[in-house]
Every structure is written in structure tokens, then in C-alpha cells.
Design a protein around this ligand. Structure first.
Ligand SMILES: [Zn+2]
Length: 360
């Protein structure tokens, strides 16, 4: 990978990258060229040849909701059958927009329902990658983990990846860890170390909720490196909340990926940095040769938009009105307008997920 990145950096610098890098089409051919032939990603419908993941949203949520509603699932969503029908209807539109796969970054403590995910995946035609892991903040009162030790949690995550979730054979394909602030609480650090160990044991990648505005990735990287996990298997999500190129470059140069999944929030005056600044950072990272370290998504709470009015506001303030179509309808056209090439878009939305979600 290093030599390929160096190659890209040189070609970008000389301004001829678009003419000579891999073709946009020919996914399986590119997979072979990247040494990914035959690698699989774990979806809720079973293992899938990673070259078939296609356009992937790397950080989304389907059925989670505010803590006070979760124990009442599925009632506030209108009941399971009604919510399933609404979800499938909406997801078919997402599929029709060219999105093939969604990674659902909802671990068990924020409302994951694995049978529901499998059902809507089958009915909508969207591949879905479910997550194990922990959110951890704020302490969730209705969750009782038998052993919140590093070893206990790592075993639990490994079981969800290797054997299945909630008594099913549906397996997790990614580990999500939430770290709320600049430095992790002791419990969050326990989860982070457990995730690193489970990742090393299973080959599953890690996606970490980071408080990027405080450059949280820097302190998390120290813990992850202490655990000896390959940075190529880690994505620091919500990174665009930072807007600091030095922070971004420091992490990508060390081999980490950045989830740029809050870009829409910059359209609101309530959130900094601005939309324009966030997309400019993405462009500058691509120009510096790091397209292979960026994921595009929108961290939307799909279920949030289907909640009853009194609970809806919780998400409506921060999710884009386009929902999961924000990336294809707004973000990508804007990136094209400021000069990001088709190849850059393809790298971020197809090639990176294919590599990252391949169990290594
Ligand atoms: Zn999220």
C-alpha cells in the first residue's frame, strides 16, 4: 500500500493522476490489482465477495434512536411490521440511487436489532454490514454487560464476529467504538482496547466515533498503537468536525482513515466548521494523495426520521433532509464542482470500503 500511495502522491503532484490511475469501472479487475481478489466482507446475509460491495456508505444507522425510546422498540416506530415496510420503501430509493451497501454502526447498546437488519436488507436489495462494539456514552442504564473487562469485551466482540449476534448466525463485519470526548473514560478505553484485540483476532476493521474538534484521534492512536493494531484497519469517524488539515495529515500519514460523515452539519449555522471548509479539506487531502484514506457517509439515523413527532426533533436538527441520499445528491456533485475527479470519488466510495471491510 505504501508504494501505491507514494505512486499516487507523485502522480497527483504532476497533475496527470486522472489519466493513468486505475479505471473507474472494472471492480473485480481493480480488486485483483489491489491484492483483494477472493476477500470477503461479512454482511447480514452472509459473506460477500468484497468486490461486490459497490458504492458503500461506511457510517450510518438504521433503527437506533434516543435512549428513552430504545427500550420501547418497536412501538414508537409504529410497530415492527409498519416500520419494516417504511424502511424497505426508503431503502429501495437509496438502492435506486446507486448505493449498494450500508455499514450500520449501531452496536447492541443503542438499539441494534439484527433480525430486523437482515429482513430489510433482504427486502430492499441493499447489502448491510452490522457492527459489534460499544457506544458507552452516556452510561446506558438498561444495558448490563456481564464483564466489562478488556478480555470480557473482546471475547464478546469476537463472538459476534465469529459466531453470530443475539442467538442468530448473523455475524458482525465491523467493530464500532464510541469515544465521546478528547480522551477516553476508563470504560471507553477498556472498550477501545477490547476492540483492537478483537480486530486483531478476527481481521474485522474498527470504526471509532471521535470528537474530532478536540483532535481526539491523536490520543486514541497512542492507545491503538500500544495494542499493536495496524492503523490501516482503523477509521476515525466524524473527522470533518475538526477542519484542521494538520490533524488530518498527521493521522493519514500514520496510516489511519478518516470518516467524513458530518459534512452536511456544516450547512447549519449551529455547526462549525462550515460545509465549504469541510469539503475543501476533503479536496486538499485528495490533492495530497490521500483519497485512499477517506470515507464519505452522513451518520444519519434512519429510524430517527420515522419516529413520532415528539421524539423526531432529536435527529431532525442534525440529519440532512435528503437522509442517506445526501452523499450522492449533494456532497458528490459539490466535490465534482470543486475539481474532485471521478477516480477520487470512486476511490472514496467503492475502493476504500472494499479494502477496509474485507476481513483481513
Ligand atoms: Zn454514528
Amino acid at each position: 500500500m505504501t508504494s501505491r500511495r507514494d505512486f499516487l502522491r507523485r502522480t497527483v503532484a504532476s497533475g496527470i493522476a486522472a489519466a493513468i490511475v486505475h479505471p473507474v469501472a472494472g471492480a473485480s479487475q481493480t480488486a485483483g490489482a489491489n491484492g483483494l481478489a477472493g476477500r470477503i466482507a461479512q454482511t447480514v446475509l452472509g459473506p460477500l465477495d468484497a468486490s461486490k460491495l459497490g458504492f458503500t456508505l461506511a457510517h450510518e444507522h438504521i433503527a437506533d434512536g434516543p435512549d428513552f425510546h430504545l427500550p420501547k422498540w418497536p412501538k414508537p416506530w409504529g410497530g415492527r411490521a409498519a416500520f419494516t415496510a417504511k424502511a424497505v420503501e426508503k431503502l429501495k430509493l437509496v438502492r435506486a440511487a446507486g448505493i449498494s451497501t450500508i455499514a450500520d454502526l449501531t452496536p447492541y447498546d443503542v438499539g441494534r436489532d439484527i433480525r430486523f437488519l437482515q429482513e430489510i436488507s433482504r427486502k430492499s436489495g441493499l447489502a448491510m454490514i452490522a457492527s459489534t462494539g460499544q457506544r458507552f456514552f452516556p452510561p446506558v442504564s438498561h444495558v448490563a454487560m456481564p464483564a466489562r473487562t478488556i478480555e470480557g469485551l473482546a471475547d464478546y466482540f469476537v463472538k459476534e464476529i465469529k459466531q453470530g449476534i443475539d442467538g442468530t448466525v448473523i455475524k458482525a463485519g465491523v467493530i464500532k467504538i464510541g469515544i465521546a470526548a478528547k480522551t477516553p473514560t476508563p470504560l471507553e478505553e477498556t472498550g477501545l482496547r477490547a476492540a483492537a484485540r478483537a480486530g486483531k483476532a478476527t481481521g474485522a476493521p474498527l470504526r471509532i466515533h471521535t470528537h474530532a474538534a478536540d483532535r481526539a484521534g491523536v490520543s486514541l492512536a497512542i492507545i491503538l498503537e500500544n495494542e499493536g493494531i495496524d492503523p490501516a484497519r482503523i477509521s476515525f469517524d466524524h473527522s470533518d468536525d475538526s477542519g484542521d488539515m494538520d490533524y488530518f495529515l498527521g493521522l493519514v500519514q500514520r496510516g489511519y482513515s478518516l470518516g467524513m460523515d458530518h459534512v452536511h452539519r456544516g450547512l447549519s449555522p449551529n455547526f462549525k466548521p462550515s460545509f465549504e471548509h469541510r469539503v475543501e479539506c476533503i479536496k486538499r487531502l485528495i490533492d495530497a494523495g490521500f483519497a485512499d484514506k477517506i470515507f464519505l457517509s452522513q451518520d444519519s439515523e434512519f429510524g430517527g426520521s420515522l419516529l413520532p413527532e415528539e421524539a423526531k426533533e432529536w435527529r431532525d436538527k442534525i440529519d440532512p433532509p435528503e437522509g442517506m441520499l445526501f452523499v450522492p445528491r449533494k456532497l458528490i456533485p459539490h466535490l465534482r464542482r470543486i475539481g474532485v475527479s471521478d477516480h477520487g470519488i470512486h476511490t472514496m466510495t467503492v475502493e476504500n470500503p472494499r479494502r477496509f471491510f474485507s476481513l483481513s
